[in-house]
Design a protein around this ligand. Structure first.
Ligand SMILES: [Zn+2]
Length: 253
């Protein structure tokens, strides 16, 4: 049994064949998938997939950092209303992304902090997106402490793992990037260790080798599981069980 802790199968990329994608995921051993929200516009497609696949899908509600612009207050209000009314297992995905654009850095930090406070009030875990912003991410977490969180698509150094651990009970999401030749995530995976690792696809993005460059989907997660097993010199079954149990603990399932 595999838990895909981060997948966006409600996005337009899956509009045509979402049901087939879910079928293939189940055939590959993926029994549960976490769907993190991105923006106001994605709430409705996310809910549609969630409602018709309640046997294998759970969801998180949040405003993604790359969706933060001038009108962020109105967007945050709508996201908060949905979080209040829906059955969400986490706040996410939220965080800081300075890779694409630094224009709204101050607003991104404010939006991230606000959503961390929601999580603290509701005792929910948080799915954190960070790209080229590890210092900002840690600073905001330090000022707005939360119980548990996952650093999704984690690509940091072993030292970054240590720094993140200082600000809370941190889990680390590893995806197809670990299978890339130049990724060099081996030492990072070893530093995290089996008790705080979770696996994810981040579909439709970041397909693992041998699907690199193609649309990603949850069934491909097995290639990431194989890679982690190889790095930690344990069996594939051990990685599946540990990452599944970790994800259930993270999301209180
Ligand atoms: Zn994502």
């Amino acid at each position: 049994m595999i838990f895909d802790t981060h997948t966006h199968i409600y996005l337009p990329e899956f509009e045509e064949d979402c049901n087939l994608v879910i079928e293939r995921a189940k055939e590959a051993g993926v029994t549960i998938m976490m769907l993190p929200n991105v923006d106001v516009e994605t709430i409705s497609p996310l809910k549609k997939v969630l409602e018709s696949n309640a046997d294998c899908c759970v969801a998180a509600m949040g405003l993604h950092p790359t969706s933060v612009a001038e009108d962020y207050k109105a967007r945050l209000d709508e996201i908060f209303r949905e979080l209040e009314n829906g059955e969400y297992k986490a706040v996410g995905e939220v965080g800081v992304d300075l890779y694409w654009d630094k224009t709204f850095r101050a607003e991104q930090l404010e939006v991230f902090a606000e959503q961390l406070r929601w999580a603290a009030t509701k005792s929910l875990p948080v799915i954190i997106h960070n790209r080229e912003a590890i210092d900002d991410t840690i600073a905001v977490l330090r000022q707005n402490p939360i119980e548990r969180f996952v650093m999704h698509s984690f690509g940091g150094s072993p030292n970054d793992v240590k720094r993140v651990r200082e600000v809370g009970d941190a889990y680390f999401g590893i995806n197809g990037v670990a299978t890339f030749k130049n990724a060099r995530l081996e030492d990072t995976i070893k530093e995290i260790g089996l008790d705080r690792l979770v696996v994810e696809t981040d579909a439709p993005y970041l397909s693992p080798v041998p699907y690199r460059g193609k649309r990603n989907e949850p069934a491909y997660i097995v290639n990431t599981v194989y890679k982690i097993a190889e790095v930690l010199s344990v069996s594939k079954e051990e990685v599946e069980k540990a990452t599944f149990d970790n994800a259930c603990r993270l999301f209180s399932l």
